[in-house]
Design a protein around this ligand. Structure first.
Ligand SMILES: O=C(O)CCC(=O)C(=O)O
Length: 387
């Protein structure tokens, strides 16, 4: 793929230009950021290519920071991880900053399995309804299978609508923002409001006002960009990962600085504050490892079962659907030590068809505050979903 082709993979809400702030054209392929994107991107294996080139397909993930399994990190990375001291009554099990990327904070496995199912269902069946939410390429067609090497990145938006052309928001243009998503992000921000280590800071009012829902099939990537269109950039950008894991790169305000690489896995939440709120970041790689609890159950075993067994086997898919219903009616928002906020939804989640889309798919819901002041109208009743 050419450099220009790669750049076009950027969603238009991102600042992803080919010129420096002084207006000078720059050779992006030479930047340290671009080198790291190339290091982690998925290369299509070419059986005709010479052996030396084919080896590029075997990505070395040794340097990728993994907060889910601290022991597998390099000593250098371990030395940069810092556990955040949580409040005594905290609902989450752990949070980390990383000294290499000031202002970034990780909540590994912060969202429990039922909640991940709930948000995948919402992302695939509710947020993709363009008559309710202003979407750009979010239609999912179960009958069209895309190859990992030519898959398309899609997205949807919630809350304030983004003016893609002028790269700004208009206060009078909005769709409803799911209040349970705001509640969840507020409680995570509150967990760490007092933390200032490694330049992380989340003090003061926080309200989720807009979100981009990104759908990343294996083989897609999001190129280096900054998210700087929001009026208030002092408030954290909260980003939740669902489904397949990814390699996420976060650098500085300069493409010439080498970024750090992190695994983001299903259920992880990351908060960007301070210098990281306006830093270049990218998603060069999606791994084909969607957790089983988000997939359709495996097909029934072929061997003829006894009568009793047959009954049990036939119940399995229904049980799975039951799990979903439970998730939608009353569930804990945060994966951690106890009960937190409970969710309610009028959405019919009896259907498990969303699971059919999850194989090879990562969903990212990244949530931003746009204005300094609170905007309660965004969390309006279902009937008034759009302005
Ligand atoms: O998918 C992610 O983790 C990041 C997405 C992102 O950078 C964006 O939508 O601006």
């Amino acid at each position: 793929m050419s450099e220009a082709g790669d750049l076009s993979a950027c969603a238009p809400h991102h600042v992803c230009s080919k010129a420096t702030s002084s207006g000078q054209a720059t050779d992006l392929s030479a930047t340290a950021f671009r080198q790291e994107e190339k290091r982690y991107k998925l290369y299509k294996p070419d059986p005709k290519a010479p052996k030396a080139l084919r080896r590029r397909c075997d990505t070395d993930f040794t340097d990728v920071v993994d907060f889910r399994d601290i022991s597998r990190n390099t000593e250098t990375n371990k030395n940069m991880m810092r556990l955040v001291e949580l409040q005594p009554n905290s609902q989450i099990s752990a949070a980390y900053t990383f000294s290499g990327v000031p202002g970034l904070l990780f909540f590994p496995n912060a969202v429990c399995e039922e909640q991940q199912s709930y948000w995948c269902h919402q992302a695939l069946h509710r947020f993709t309804q363009s008559e309710r939410f202003p979407n750009n390429k979010s239609t999912l067609d179960a009958n069209v299978s895309t190859s990992a090497y030519d898959a398309t990145l899609r997205w949807a938006t919630l809350g304030f609508k983004y003016d893609w052309t002028n790269r700004l928001y208009h206060k009078e243009r909005w769709a409803v923002f799911p209040s349970e998503l705001n509640t969840m992000m507020c409680s995570l921000v509150n967990e760490v409001a007092a933390v200032t280590q490694d330049q992380f800071s989340a003090a003061g009012l926080y309200e989720s006002q807009t979100a981009i829902v990104n759908y990343f099939p294996v083989g897609t990537m999001m190129m280096a960009h900054q998210d700087v269109s929001e009026v208030c950039l002092e408030k954290p950008l909260m980003s939740m990962s669902l489904g397949c894991s990814c390699v996420f790169l976060m650098g500085t305000e300069k493409r010439d600085d080498k970024p750090f690489a992190f695994f983001l896995r299903s259920g992880d939440v990351v908060a960007f504050t301070g210098p990281s709120r306006i830093a270049y970041h990218a998603v060069p790689r999606i791994l084909d490892d969607c957790p089983e609890y988000l997939l359709l159950p495996p097909p029934a075993v072929v061997a003829a079962p006894h009568k009793g067994q047959q009954q049990q086997q036939q119940q399995k898919p229904a049980d799975r659907e039951g799990d979903d219903s439970a998730a939608a009616t009353s569930t804990s928002v945060i994966n951690g030590k106890g009960n937190t906020t409970s969710l309610s939804s009028s959405v019919d989640v009896a259907s498990s068809s969303w699971r059919g889309h999850m194989k090879g798919l990562r969903i990212n819901i990244n949530v931003r505050q746009v204005y300094d002041e609170s905007c309660p109208f965004l969390f309006a009743a279902e009937g008034e979903e759009q302005r």
